[in-house]
Design a protein around this ligand. Structure first.
Ligand SMILES: [Fe+2]
Ligand SMILES: [Fe+2]
Length: 398
């Protein structure tokens, strides 16, 4: 059919090669990012996309490296250039200069900021000069690539703290640019598909403003996402692709599907294939099964995530006076329930903590435990009300 398009979506690569003395610093994100396998994972993802049939184009959803180090970008570029199809790169929060504590920074390495990033990937994922741009795709589709990041200078200029660097922003000038692009799409009869690193709506109950964890999880989606959605809705945009969360997720709001694809570097190492025909888009989710060095990748990585996130939870919980004495037992509960991997691979719908795993305690400790269990269960309830991306049929054109 004339409007046919097959688009591959690749999540955050976070290339982080080993540099002898700096190896210890690489492992600061236990469970969330398999930095030590990042090159193999990116290579395997590119190979899988190249092996799929009739792909027209690919989009990489940002966070190319650990912290925008030139030596990591050089490896990322070599891998990107192996793609057999034209590729578009979305800028992520790790694709520009970042504020890091001294102990977790590579000493004396060159870091790319936004302009260097544009120059570096010019002609190999970026058109050059800008990280927001438009790509015409087969079947009268237009990919609109946005940049939801602020550099350190821009943060300061806008009155935000350096600590907000993981947050997403779409400021007035980008909204004005987007409106012009959408007008052009409407006038030329092109179907717009938007790609943006941060999500544009909730992907967990903890992002709702009154949730006890909202301050932790608000960095997942762009600030004032409602303003962006209002504009997208006004121009009939139905599909927005995001990365950043490192999880398979989908939500629908204001008639817009926000499809989040997991990072290549994180369990479950997924990429997605959009098949669009007759104005309808369907989504196939593909998981990497093995790597040259890890035969049973899904099993090994799931275990690694469970263990790594468990360690992180233990550390966080130990800092909360009420929960500190329960840290070990709470960590064991979360680990044994497999909550994190299920959140990441998109199978958390219907989750409830097995009562046999809940530590027994009375008084104030008992109340604290119940609150933790409620938060975990609430995710299961929330996720069960969201569609399954693999059975979604997204109508892109009326
Ligand atoms: Fe990321
Ligand atoms: Fe990110």
């Amino acid at each position: 059919m004339a409007d046919r398009l097959r688009l591959a979506i690749i999540g955050d690569l976070h290339i982080a090669v080993s540099r002898e003395e700096a190896d210890a610093r690489l492992e600061i994100d236990p469970g969330r990012k398999l930095h030590s396998l990042s090159v193999e994972l990116a290579e395997a993802t590119v190979q899988a996309v190249n092996a799929a049939e009739d792909i027209d184009a690919a989009v990489i959803l940002g966070d190319m490296t650990r912290d925008s180090e030139l030596f990591n970008h050089e490896i990322a570029l070599q891998i990107v250039r192996k793609l057999n199809v034209p590729c578009s790169i979305v800028a992520g929060n790790h694709d520009m200069l970042r504020r890091r504590p001294e102990h977790s920074r590579y000493p004396g390495v060159e870091i790319l900021d936004r302009n260097d990033f544009c120059d570096f990937y010019r002609g190999h994922g970026l058109p050059g000069a800008t990280t927001r741009y438009v790509v015409p795709l087969p079947g009268d589709h237009t990919l609109i690539v946005m940049d939801s990041n602020l550099s350190l200078d821009e943060l300061r200029h806008e009155g935000f703290e350096d600590g907000s660097q993981d947050d997403g922003f779409v400021l007035a000038d980008q909204l004005a640019w987007l409106e012009q692009v959408l007008e052009h799409c409407r006038d030329s009869g092109h179907v717009p598909i938007v790609a943006i690193h941060h999500s544009i709506m909730d992907h967990s109950p903890a992002e709702e403003p009154n949730h006890i964890l909202s301050r932790i999880f608000r960095y997942w989606q762009v600030h004032e996402a409602g303003r962006l959605r209002e504009l997208l809705q006004r121009y009939g945009v139905r599909l927005v692709l995001s990365g950043h969360i490192h999880a398979q997720s989908v939500n629908v709001q204001d008639g817009i599907v926000n499809l989040v694809t997991s990072a290549a570097v994180s369990y479950p190492h997924a990429w997605r294939l959009l098949h669009i025909e007759g104005g309808i888009c369907s989504v196939e989710s593909q998981l990497l099964g093995s790597l040259p060095s890890v035969r049973n990748l899904q099993y090994a990585s799931r275990e690694w995530m469970n263990e790594g996130m468990g360690g992180m939870i233990r550390e966080k919980v130990s800092g909360v006076p009420l929960l500190a004495p329960l840290a070990g037992r709470l960590t064991e509960m979360v680990e044994r329930s497999g909550w994190w991997p299920r959140f990441s691979d998109g199978t958390l719908g219907g989750f409830r903590v097995d009562p046999a795993l809940v530590p027994q305690a009375g008084g104030i400790n008992g109340m604290a435990i119940r609150q933790v269990v409620n938060v975990l269960d609430d995710y299961g309830r929330w996720k069960s009300e969201r569609p399954d991306p693999n059975t979604l049929r997204i109508r892109l054109r009326d």
